[in-house]
Ligand binder design. Structure first.
Ligand code: TMP
Length: 210
């Protein structure tokens, strides 16, 4: 049986990832592909519960290391229960955020260190890394403005961080793009959503025919 493909999507808040990924999922499904759409933190029962703990607006006292470990714990369970079996069955796995989020948010923006956060994640994920990661490139100011304009989206604990924090997240992603130039592809997320969808679709299709 052919091995599946693991594709992750990353970016700052308000980059429009989630809407675009849903559209990509629909297209692949319509083509008759074996595809699943999942997210981090979450995607399965235990990880969704951990997500609730991490993002709870009342948990202001959460320590940065606790936060990093909870993301890694949710990730480990998500991989074992859902992602790895799907890849082994030949499925295309589309995942909204993965380890790069931990490296940018906890490693860089929280100041824990990219290498330190990578090492706890290596314990959590073993050898499983994405075949392709699409970075939705939008400046934090523009992303946050979109969130504020979207009154249907409830702000979580991380959305409420300062602009400086979100700028650091963006810088963290730039560092990851330098580290992993073969894996991470960039798409301009400031364009209209239909255009972003088309651009990411092309990136994904070129990965699928490799
Ligand atoms: P989202 O699902 O709306 O993107 O929310 C998840 C939030 O969690 C978002 O602010 C990014 C953050 N996050 C981390 O800080 N580290 C991680 O490892 C992951 C997966 C998400």
């Amino acid at each position: 049986m052919q091995k599946g493909v693991f594709i992750t999507f990353e970016g700052p808040e308000g980059a429009g990832k989630t809407t675009v990924i849903k559209e990509l999922y629909k297209r692949l499904d319509k083509e008759g592909r074996n595809v699943i759409l999942t997210r981090e933190p979450g995607g399965i029962r235990i990880a969704e519960k951990i997500r609730g703990i991490i993002l709870d607006n009342n948990h202001q006292e959460m320590d940065a290391k606790t936060e990093a470990l909870l993301y890694a714990a949710a990730r480990s369970q998500h991989l074992v229960e859902k992602v790895v079996p799907a890849i082994q069955e030949g499925t295309i796995v589309l995942c909204d955020r993965f380890v790069d989020s931990s490296l940018a948010y906890q490693g860089y923006a929280r100041g824990l260190g990219i290498d330190e956060v990578l090492s706890i994640n290596e314990f959590a994920i073993g050898e499983t890394m994405p075949d392709l990661t699409v970075f939705f490139d939008i400046k934090p100011e523009a992303g946050l403005a979109r969130i504020t304009a979207n009154d249907k989206r409830e702000e979580n604990r991380l959305d409420k961080e300062s602009l400086r924090f979100h700028q650091d997240v963006y810088e963290g992603y730039q560092e990851l793009i330098r580290r992993y130039p073969d894996r991470i592809q960039i798409t301009d997320a400031s364009l209209p959503q239909e255009q972003v969808t088309e651009n990411v679709w092309k990136i994904i299709c070129s990965q699928l025919i490799k």
